[in-house]
Design a protein around this ligand. Structure first.
Ligand SMILES: [Zn+2]
Length: 218
């Protein structure tokens, strides 16, 4: 889903790297990136809407609206300025700048889908779970995932760059996509933090994750 966006971001930034970015160069960059990000957001939002409808049981009320939130060029400008604007000109920092920018642009693309799901779940008054999907899940996300379908609103949502977590609305607590992952994370949390609390518990959980980075594999 985010692959075309990453490809365009990387190739465009490479073309600008190694010298100071002029105002017109910057405008050009956004002229290229903005439509690609919009397109990516439309795709993730559509995919999320389809997923929501698929896993929603027959209810006596109509499905909630599944429109993606609006997105402004300003938001992209600010995000890309933070990761790239000054770091792009130096050879030493341009590689990291490009990789970080690809990550932030990817997050903006994925956010459309996450927003669709969180808003729909809220309207249907069901909770949602955070389900890690891959190679780079951090301890923070595993912690949130280990709590299962407890999330209600958008206000405690933090999505970091390179986060691979999905929003999964849960209509039936005994049967939902990602339940096995949740149970594995919950088990790891319980086993590793027994008798501990607060920061000690979190540190123990973190150590357990270092030993088994994929709780679902054990
Ligand atoms: Zn995550």
């Amino acid at each position: 889903m985010a692959a075309p966006v990453v490809a365009v971001t990387v190739s465009t930034l490479r073309g600008l790297a190694g010298r100071p970015v002029t105002p017109s160069g910057w405008r050009l960059l956004l002229d290229v990136l903005f439509p690609v990000v919009l397109q990516g957001r439309a795709s993730t939002a559509e995919l999320a809407a389809r997923f929501y409808i698929e896993q929603r049981p027959a209810l006596d009320r109509p499905a909630p609206p599944l429109d993606p939130p609006s997105y402004q060029r300003d938001a992209l400008d600010r995000a890309v300025a933070r990761t790239a604007r000054t770091r792009l000109r130096d050879r030493a920092s341009s590689r990291a700048a490009i990789s970080d920018t690809a990550a932030v642009v990817t997050r903006h693309v994925m956010q459309a889908g996450r927003d669709v799901l969180v808003t729909a779940a809220q309207t249907d008054r069901v909770r949602w779970a955070r389900v890690p999907t891959g190679r780079e899940t951090c301890a923070f996300c595993w912690l949130l995932a280990s709590r299962g379908p407890v999330y209600r609103s958008a206000d405690m949502t933090r999505w970091h760059d390179r986060c691979d977590c999905l929003v999964v609305p849960v209509h039936n607590p005994d049967d939902w996509e990602g339940r096995a992952t949740f149970l594995a994370a919950q088990r790891l949390w319980r086993d590793s933090t027994e008798g501990k609390s607060g920061r000690d518990a979190l540190n123990a959980f973190r150590r357990a994750l270092t030993r088994s980075p994929d709780p679902t594999a054990t």
